[in-house]
Design a protein around this ligand. Structure first.
Ligand SMILES: C[S@@+](CC[C@H](N)C(=O)[O-])C[C@H]1O[C@@H](n2cnc3c(N)ncnc32)[C@H](O)[C@@H]1O
Ligand SMILES: [Zn+2]
Length: 280
């Protein structure tokens, strides 16, 4: 269990502070009451863009149990997250960790294992996914998060300046407004706190770019989401709009090719992963 208090919440509808999630807080601004249901807090704004409710529907059961999702679909991601990415973000001194768009939320479970005293909050826009899979993932990995909450990345329901570490993995590319999300992340980071986001950068050579963009757009149309192809220079523009410097973006080194310039070159024909990292 974490040694300190969990995060201080704020109302997703009127932005008034609710304090820590003890008992069942009621918003002093709009009187909305908050309580967990089946282990998951609903901290979503009442007015939610349909592309975000469609994210929840996209997770409607396709029948795979959690363990199969974890070990068949995500096993390499689990390993990369544990060995390559979280060590840059979480250690024994981390007091609070927030995962955004966590899906199965294995990153939260792995962060809890790395820093058992940290308050770990696992979130996703899909309450269904959290209830059906994220809680079970925490049980399977043996280190559940301290709190599971349905949260919109663009309206983080947390008071300012409190998280030592914020993490997201392939989430921003499917948000209507990633710039707003990056600003929200910076807002909730504690002074000296760090954000790490892993994202995909689509190929930059026109033929390859067009075919990937078509594939993602067609899936997005089918599911009613805002998933889309974003190229490296478009990520740079997003960071700039969010008030961040270009050095916050770097290609994730590959198994065989680690030099950043070679990764960028290879990115002409195939997608690569990029890391967005900044400190408040
Ligand atoms: C490609 S999945 C990645 C899941 C997980 N991070 C992983 O890497 O295994 C994208 C996740 O983002 C979540 N998501 C989409 N829109 C969101 C939003 N507006 N706020 C928070 N999460 C969102 C989806 O529900 C989904 O779980
Ligand atoms: Zn309120």
């Amino acid at each position: 269990m974490n040694s300190g208090a969990l995060a201080s919440l704020r109302c997703p509808d009127c932005a008034k502070s609710l304090g820590p999630p003890e008992g069942c807080p009621t918003c002093p601004g709009c009187a909305r009451a908050f309580a967990p249901s089946d282990g998951v807090w609903d901290l979503l704004p009442h007015a939610l863009d349909p592309v975000k409710t469609h994210e929840d529907e996209a997770h409607a059961e396709i029948g795979l149990p959690t363990w199969q999702r974890l070990f068949f679909h995500k096993r390499y991601w689990l390993e990369w997250c544990e060995k390559r990415w979280l060590p840059d973000l979480v250690d024994g001194r981390t007091r609070s960790f927030l995962e955004i768009g966590g899906g199965l939320c294995y990153a939260s479970a792995l962060a809890k294992a790395r820093s058992p005293r940290a308050a770990v909050i696992a979130t996703d826009v899909s309450p269904r996914y959290l209830r059906q899979h994220a809680i079970r993932t925490g049980e399977i990995l043996g280190t559940p998060a301290d709190m599971y909450a349905a949260v919109d990345a663009e309206t983080l329901p947390f008071d300012d300046g409190q998280f030592d570490a914020v993490y997201s993995q392939v989430v921003l590319y499917r948000l209507p407004d990633p710039v707003r999300t990056l600003r929200e992340i910076r807002r909730v980071l504690a002074p000296g706190g760090r954000y790490l986001g892993i994202e995909r950068a689509s190929p930059w050579m026109p033929g390859f770019a067009a075919s990937e963009a078509r594939a993602l757009a067609s899936r997005a149309r089918e599911q009613g989401t805002r998933e889309r192809a974003i190229r490296y220079r478009e990520w740079l523009a997003i960071l700039k709009d969010a008030g961040m410097e270009a050095y916050c973006l770097a290609p994730v080194p590959g198994g065989r090719v680690s030099a950043p310039w070679l990764r960028r070159l290879g990115n002409g024909a195939r997608q690569i992963y990029v890391a967005i990292m900044f400190t408040r």
